[in-house]
Design a protein around this ligand. Sequence first.
Ligand code: DQA
Length: 152
Amino acid sequence: MVAVHIINGPNLNLLGVREPQTYGSLTLAAIEQRLVELGARLGADVTCRQSNVEGELVEFIHEAGLAGAGIVLNAAAYTHTSIALRDAIKAVDAVAIEVHLSNVHAREAFRHHSTIAPVCAGVICGFGPVSYELALDAIVRILRQRHGADGN
Ligand code: DQA
């Protein structure tokens, strides 16, 4: 069974009450529950983690990468600023996909740049909670291909 860590960054613990017109009305717990259920259907063991602290996110990335787990990462505002998160993904050679609930390219210019995207397999944004589901499906395929099993 492949393993995937869903890692969420700052302010995403407030989903459901935070700017619902931009981020929707589902709580993070509800999104995570859906991902655990989708993971079970896809044959993936899903672990969900969230922190508002950049250094804790670095450690979550290390743990996932060193365990050989794939990473679905919504680094939130750190996406646009954090060299530490980018270096963490590289340091443990993690397979990661960057996700966002909102379409960051349709928003303020400072959200158009990502420090993390160049070290990720891909980026999915703009589909609300479905962004995570698409990323989970994609990363399971990548991990299966890497492990030499059915990647389709
Ligand atoms: C976000 C987009 C970021 O620009 C923002 O700082 C967030 C959430 C999203 O999921 O749409 O906190 O990552």
